[in-house]
Ligand binder design. Sequence first.
Ligand SMILES: [Zn+2]
Length: 82
Amino acid sequence: MGRRRKRRIVPVKVKKGIPKVFRCPKCDSESLTGTLIHQGVNGEREYVFKCGVCGFEETVTVNKNQQTVDAYNKLVDMMTGA
Ligand SMILES: [Zn+2]
C-alpha cells in the first residue's frame, strides 16, 4: 500500500465575499463591515455597510470595476456631503 498523495488539491480562497472592516463614518469605530450583496446584470455591485457599534447601515452601488474599498470611499463621500 503506497499510494501516497503528495499533492492535495487545496481550494483557492477568493477574497470576494469576505466582509472587510472599515471605520464607521458616523461613530468613528473600527467596526463597519462592507459586504457584497448583489451584482447586477450590468456588473454593477451593491454593497451593504453595517456598523456593529452604532447600528448605522447604508447600501452603496458601484460599478463592476470597483471594490469594497471603493464603495466605502463613496459612502464616506455621501456621509460627508461632498
Ligand atoms: Zn458606527
